[in-house]
Design a protein around this ligand. Sequence first.
Ligand SMILES: Nc1ncnc2c1ncn2[C@@H]1O[C@H](COP(=O)(O)OP(=O)(O)OP(=O)(O)O)[C@@H](O)[C@H]1O
Ligand SMILES: [Mg+2]
Length: 406
Amino acid sequence: MNASLLSDDNPSIGVYTRSIGSGAEWWRVSLSERAFMYRIEHGRDDGSVDIDTVVDQENLDAKLQKWHREGYLSETEREQLAAAPQASADFMADLARASNAFAQSTVRTATSRSTAQVVTIGRIDVPLGTPNPLVPAVNPAWLFTERFNDIVEDIVENRRVMLIGHTGSGKTSLIEQIAARAQYGVLRSNMNGQTTVGDFVGFWTVKGGETVWVDGVLPAAMREGRWLIVDEVDFAEPAILAVLTAVLEPGGRLLLKEKGNDIVEPHPSFRLFATANAVGAMSQFRHLYQGANLMNEAFLDRWRVYLIDYLSPDEEAEVLMRTLAPHLSQTMAHTLAAIAADCRAAFAREDLASAFSTRRLLDWAQLMLRTGDPERAAGPAIYAKVSPEDAALIRSIIRHYIATQA
Ligand SMILES: Nc1ncnc2c1ncn2[C@@H]1O[C@H](COP(=O)(O)OP(=O)(O)OP(=O)(O)O)[C@@H](O)[C@H]1O
Ligand SMILES: [Mg+2]
């Protein structure tokens, strides 16, 4: 035999068996007489050998894959498996126990502070704040779905929450509606525009001949225990991101260098939120949100980032009903929700360049009720906001569902 072949340390060489049936069936891989070729034999249950052939590496790899699918393992693979920690089944069993114990301990914590008044949002008890003019109005039509429970829980735990998703998917209103029900004042600051570090942090100004400091939106929210929503954070200038990073740690304090190194401590009710359209899992849509910046991982890692998708057609029909019943019928609501879903599917296929928001759908439905004419209502609510090509495609989707006069 060729000396170089003897030193071949191909790990695939060995006998492959499986632990089903009699376990007597096997495949054997050995070095062949020819360089870079392997001998394969197949042993049957009855002790006979019915295949004895020579293959190249590529062919061998394909065979190995097939054997693995069928449950054959070599001696070495069996040893490796036995040495490895028990796979995911054990981990999941441990996790189930840990998670139950964790839930028990948090229930205990919740009851021990039961003197505080709470309001239940979804499945989560949220401590009540105090009424003040900055508390948003409750929108009774707003639908809390099961997937929002985790976010509400994060807010109770004082985590920093970033919501990402397409325009009009419900990011800002989710926070506002939680705040409305739990009675916390909300301040919003939009980064896509003229928000300067001065607006955000504060500045000196002259009032009645005196130079006074005016808190920006961040220290104001921190001192007064407001919930601050930093909208479109992916458009924020680097100086603002740097300031934000400082307060992202739980209990993070803000140092106002401009105000003689004044330190702002966060009020216990202070919460910080960000929304973005094109960050992280949404970065594939960056071309739709021109000017959005990539956020670095260190910044993103300081947030719990939730992807807020559009409501399902059934949920959206329910929101339409809650908002516009009794004028709108169930059937009408479902038809409109189906149109929105079709437009979104066309958007996902890149047949449409514009997203179809819940906001747009509600507006169209409202205008339709006033005008009695879906096509006329679609003008200002939809068509005028998109390109002529998009308008034509949306019109054809609408006509598929609603027989309007041409
Ligand atoms: N779960 C919901 N229940 C009821 N209405 C909803 C829901 N989600 C979204 N909406 C409706 O959609 C509108 C738009 O939502 P919102 O302004 O929160 O979107 P957004 O994601 O913040 O959009 P943008 O990225 O453009 O800021 C809301 O005013 C509300 O009417
Ligand atoms: Mg928003």
